[in-house]
Design a protein around this ligand. Sequence first.
Ligand code: ZDP
Length: 281
Amino acid sequence: MTLKFTKYHGLGNDFILIDNLASAEPLISPEEAVRMCDRHFGIGADGVIFVLPGKNDIDYTMRIFNSDGSEPEMCGNGIRCFAQFITELEGQETIGKTYKIDTLAGLICPTIKGNGQVKVDMGQPQLKAVEIPTTLTDKEDKVINHPLVVDGTEYFVTCVSMGNPHCLVFVNDVAVIDLPKIGPLFEHNKCFPQRTNTEFIEVVNSNYLKMRVWERGAGITLACGTGACATVVAGVLNNKCDRITTVELPGGCLEIEWSDKDNHIYMTGPATKVFSGEIDS
Ligand code: ZDP
């Protein structure tokens, strides 16, 4: 079968987008997604994203496979790429238009801002241990600045779910963190039954944070949208940043707002088309 695809990236977090509107199930299997994401034997990407039909008043449904074939609930950079790809499929880019997208993390609403920028209502963060999920504390309790020993070092972690799990760690200098070594030890730590994304964060000032990420199912990536949102939530909970803060990732910056009016998180950043093509699958 020949499959049409389009490559997009959000700050270097790159995805293969598939027009899957003719079917309610992804056109390819997780195993095929792993092959397509391979940077030597495939197209190369951090994940594959499917544009599926919506139900009732929902415009579209988004599903994602990570580069290891696992399926995350949500993807922040991915949904910006998704929104920009929809404008391409629809044949017009309406600035100010908001889409209702169904995800495994619930309803997520991106708005087209023009110049490739997309602002996304990412919904509310979940903070209870059972919602992350983590066994670090009692089910109903929050995990804020909680000790966790990994590889003999004691870290203080805050846990936030943006639909997908995040473990946030404030450090003095993100540059010295040995991500390939400790990232997997956080991801597969037994206190995270669904594994976890892990972000290391340096406070530059109260409205500017630097972050590096080890993603569940994808490893080191240049950016993580849900991770940037979770970073600002953790920063506010630990009195380290304002509710409106810039998060600098290796691939560039995202503007994040945790609104005190509706408790929703708003993320603004770019989605950039790279190329489109066809692959024999
Ligand atoms: O939760 C997970 O398994 C993540 N790897 C999903 C992808 C998250 C992403 N980097 C983002 O921007 O939120 C795409």
